[in-house]
Design a protein around this ligand. Structure first.
Ligand code: OGA
Ligand code: MN
Length: 272
């Protein structure tokens, strides 16, 4: 029997009693509905190979091919890993962010499967931006409701080597979004400011922009707006990249950490 157990007041539900290798039509429908309602689903103790994970990911949409990492996935999975040669952004702390905000159409969901997990640190944090916006004082809402923000490609946080870094910088990837965006499927307000990829809020002096970004980020990262996930091997977590932001706590690189990742494209992601 399938049961749903909430993970925190802010977001997320654990789905128990299903095997992701053989989901029935009825179970699939409940899973997709729960995803819309809770923005993050956790399935524990799943046995999933790469093909099985990609098959499950495809229930949520196309696999993203936007950007170098997603292109390299060839429509399949990649690895967040400090161990594998083909691992990407596998080391250290990550501040709160949504992926791909430096594109017009950021991916709609991310799916990670635990293969090797750190014993100490390396937890993934999730914050609900729709809820953060709803709980803001009216004065702050008024200051941001019409504002726009430019994001740039955060090559630094991705730990590229110097050659790669120069290549990426030359691409000058950036995008402008409304600070208060709209979720493409539900129309709910979402915050398009984060702690990692903001260049500037438009029409503000740099110091004013930085102060406002800091104020918004504090609402997003408020402890009671966050779910902290401590990984176990065979955990599958899938989350809405636009309703939620995610971060990672630091961990010693002597610990092996490998997560298999599927990136699910925004419906409007351009074909390449
Ligand atoms: C990601 C990401 C966080 C983690 O996959 O986009 O930011 O905990 N991962 O590894
Ligand atoms: Mn990320």
């Amino acid at each position: 029997m399938m049961t749903l157990v909430p993970l925190s007041p802010a977001l997320g539900v654990e789905v128990r009693g299903v095997d992701l290798r053989r989901l029935s039509e009825g179970e699939t429908e409940i899973v997709l509905r729960a995803f819309r309602a809770f923005h993050l689903l956790l399935f524990r103790d799943q046995t999933l190979d790469e093909a099985g994970q990609v098959r499950f990911a495809r229930l949520f949409g196309r696999i993203s091919r936007q950007g170098a990492i997603q292109k390299a996935s060839g429509g399949g999975a990649t690895y967040v890993s400090n161990m594998r040669g083909d691992g990407t952004f596998g080391e250290g702390e990550l501040l709160f962010h949504s992926d791909q905000c430096y594109y017009d159409h950021p991916m709609k969901a991310i799916m990670l499967y635990g293969i090797e997990v750190a014993q100490d640190g390396g937890e993934t944090l999730f914050a609900n931006t729709t809820r953060a916006y709803a709980r803001m004082p009216e004065g702050l809402k008024r200051r941001i409701d019409r504002a726009s923000v430019r994001h740039h490609f955060d090559y630094g946080a991705l730990h590229y080597g110097e050659t790669k870094r120069a290549e990426v910088e030359a691409l000058k990837i950036s995008a402008i979004h409304r600070v208060v965006g709209r979720h493409p499927e539900t129309g709910a307000p979402i915050l398009m400011v984060n702690a990692q990829t903001v260049d500037r809020i438009l029409d503000l002096a740099p110091a004013e922009s930085a102060a406002l970004v800091g104020e918004i980020n504090a609402h997003i990262a408020a402890p009671d707006n966050v779910y902290r996930h401590t990984w176990r091997p065979n955990d599958l977590v899938v989350w809405d990249n636009l309703s939620l932001q995610h971060a990672r706590t630091d961990f010693a690189n002597s610990q092996r950490r490998t997560l298999r990742r599927c990136a699910i494209a925004h419906d409007l992601e351009p074909a390449d």
